[in-house]
Design a protein. Structure first.
Lengths: 307, 307
């Protein structure tokens, strides 16, 4: 996790920009250009998403340490959309950003080998080694247990990658299973403890392992509880902004050095122009940068200097 | 679930062929052709996977009701692999097979709308409606609760689709979370009961809802337990063959009419030539058909006539 943490310290910004680009968010002029070139097709839509992402990344890369493309918003535009996901990852990495692919993948061991190769590792093609997607980090659903995590762990160790395992998610119905008690512990705490175990031999310079956890800002008390109980587990915190969480909620995710967490904002950044006076959709990139600066100040006001 | 059930009755075969095509499984002559055309690239690999799948589908479509492509094995070959997934789905559907995309997707509500559009529904592109992947069914991880299921349910109702939610998975470490007790019920039973609830207003002609569950053949006692407790939930049963389960294990998944479950075999069918005397990799399609017939007979020997 050190690579991410160093980017956070360098930018003094514990924020990750979610790139969940629905076509509705993309300004008309970009769509018109792409439809003119590729037609009103999945290819045209995917080209528009990538143009939109590029402009967002250009506006953010020097002040935001990481991006988190959400796989679903690319898959809905077919393989053409998935091609835009690959291009987005490449572009963000070329700009020096840390890339977390939000895929929430989780499967049996042999299949996780394939997901690990796809998203964090390399694929062998007749003896040649090729990078398929090549993110720095992947979100993971741990419902299947250790089998599902192991293939990723070896890439964490050998290739300096990380993962974030779902513990307590930000959505309203997350408690249906996650808040239930197993003995005297909730399911989310049980999952969090598994993260501590899985990460135990990948602890880096800042005390955090390569196995992080997803814990929503929409449940600040649980965030506080897990921060105390999981001292080596870095948190990816969704739920800030559009989902209702604020800096006062997210603050519990951090340790005394201002580390321990990175807070996601997707729509809040992508669609920031809607909430800024005098802006139109054509100003989305400038508005995204302003919102990213506002969010950084908002978080630093509760976190203090990150060291 | 009626569409799947009718295919099962028509073919008298409660089997789904898993299409998890690693490049290693593809005969040299197919790879040589595809590499000659596209180079030793992800494009070349993806073309080889699709050729392999087409020949398998041609060998199976009249005797096996369904295929289950596993998304991971396509993603590992990049967007080019995902394009081969889309082509495979189209090809299998054109041959009349029921297609279950094994993606184990699971996310918050807004994101599940995107996954639902991607895999079961349609995507809007500037007013035009386009099918991105268009499977009949999707496997789902329910760790996030009802929010994650709802967007899929409306497609189940409106477009005659189905889903299979992970309950008790076939892998060795599945018990780490799934076997833990919540009150007097295991996590897998709790998840199974949620499936009964989610499916309650989509019950079809055969008594099964559109919300199925994944329950592994490698845990026959739990399969038997869940069959009794979840009378409206159709099971997708992995773990037969390469993972160690046999017909004697899988039999508990079925009801007295021989319905209630479809049993998956992936490597067992794809790599059947390895276990058949005198066959080489060039005979993979013929061997796959022979294995599918053997598996059908094996399952029918414990299930009886399907009606």
């Amino acid at each position: 996790m050190d690579k991410l943490i160093e980017k956070i310290i360098e930018t003094q910004n514990p924020t990750v920009a979610g790139l969940d680009p629905k076509l509705d968010y993309v300004p008309e002029y970009i769509k018109a250009e792409c439809f003119a070139k590729y037609g009103r097709t999945l290819e045209g839509a995917a080209a528009a998403l990538f143009e939109f992402n590029k402009k967002l990344i250009d506006a953010l890369y020097d002040i935001v340490p990481a991006v988190k493309p959400q796989a679903a918003y690319y898959e809905m535009y077919g393989w053409q959309g998935v091609k835009a996901l690959a291009a987005t990852i490449d572009y963000a990495k070329a700009k020096g950003m840390y890339v977390i692919t939000d895929g929430k993948r989780g499967d049996i061991g042999a299949t996780m080998e394939a997901y690990a190769a796809a998203h964090l590792g390399t694929t062998d093609v007749g003896g040649d080694t090729i990078v398929a997607f090549g993110a720095d980090s992947l979100t993971v659903n741990g419902y299947l247990g250790t089998d599902c995590i192991k293939p990723l762990l070896s890439l964490c160790k050998d290739k300096d990658k990380s993962i974030f395992v779902l513990a307590k998610t930000s959505n309203p119905s997350s408690g249906e299973l996650q808040d239930k008690k197993i003995g005297d512990k909730t399911v989310y705490e049980t999952m969090g403890e598994m993260c501590e175990g899985w990460g135990s031999d990948t602890i880096g310079r800042y005390g955090y392992s390569a196995v992080g956890a997803v814990v929503g800002a929409t449940y600040p008390e649980m965030l506080r509880e897990l921060r105390e109980k999981l001292p080596h587990t870095f948190f990816l915190v969704p739920g800030y902004g559009a989902q209702g969480g604020g800096a006062e909620d997210a603050k519990y995710a951090f340790d005394e050095n201002g580390l321990g967490a990175i807070v996601n904002s997707s729509r809040g950044i992508m669609c920031a122009w809607k909430k800024q006076d005098g802006k139109t959709e054509d100003d989305f990139a400038e508005a995204a940068r302003e919102e990213a600066i506002r969010m950084r100040e908002d978080l630093l006001s509760v976190v203090g200097e990150i060291k």
